[in-house]
Design a protein around this ligand. Sequence first.
Ligand SMILES: Nc1ncnc2c1ncn2[C@@H]1O[C@H](COP(=O)(O)OP(=O)(O)O)[C@@H](O)[C@H]1O
Ligand SMILES: [Mg+2]
Length: 294
Amino acid sequence: MRRGLIIINAYSSLASSLNQSERLKAEFARLGVETDVRRNNFFPVSIAEGGEISSEADGYDFCVYLDKDKYVSMMLEKRGMRLFNRHDAIEACDDKMVTAVRLAGRGIPMPRTLPGLLCYDEGVHVPEELLDSVERRLGYPVVMKTACGSLGKGVFLLGSREELRAKAEELMRTPHLYQQFISESRGRDLRVIVIGHRCVAAMLRESAGDFRSNLELGGRGTPYALPAKTAALCEEVSEVLGLDYCGVDLLFGEEGMLVCEVNSNAFFGGIERVTGVNVGRLYAEHICREVYHS
Ligand SMILES: Nc1ncnc2c1ncn2[C@@H]1O[C@H](COP(=O)(O)OP(=O)(O)O)[C@@H](O)[C@H]1O
Ligand SMILES: [Mg+2]
């Protein structure tokens, strides 16, 4: 019997997250693979007395890791589990600054980006020199992002020194970054799903009232015919980061597309509805090819 484990976050109650695991389970069933969907809170792996990693998740051929908890993914992989995505790829995507650094130096276009600088002291303020540097290098409006945000919630557009100072104060103890605002892309971006380093679905996302185009914030998706150059860019991103599955977000720059961020756990419900592509099936098929060579 072919068996797989699908792990989801211990806390999440998001419908799109629960839908993702159930859709994958159904697609695996079609392919003759039985899967268990479990929340991470059964502690699939732990460090046992004596220092070995002990596992409550043996007997599975693979694990679709729909969570981002990096300790568990690291331990599962050390126990020999084949993870989709692999731990290293999940970790690289979880933090937008780490993603940008991993992608840098390869001719992959990205917005100009400054790493957020963390404060470990009490009773201090963001130095004015730091704000001067951000202002000089990126101008206004400027984008600030929490490094590990999603669904557009940790992305802010700041139009003045006062707004920048206030957000920098708020985030001085949270991993973050500063980024050039790509004004041509205001309220619109591209979402591309890549499976096994091949683009399988793309949509244009547009928002009427927000500079962020996330569907969760009211963005509207329409199918998009991907130019070969943009497809090649997304496939390179997926290869560099070692992803089996991802959603690449791209911004419309003055001189071409720019990589905005890469989601290792991109929800596929929205893009399936918009494009009619059965992303869940393609992902399950990819996993079967990798694990069973069939
Ligand atoms: N540098 C930028 N310039 C213009 N728009 C941006 C920029 N960065 C993000 N956005 C907009 O904000 C949205 C959310 O940002 P993103 O980095 O993808 O974070 P999240 O993980 O929350 O989706 C993007 O889809 C895009 O519409
Ligand atoms: Mg995004």
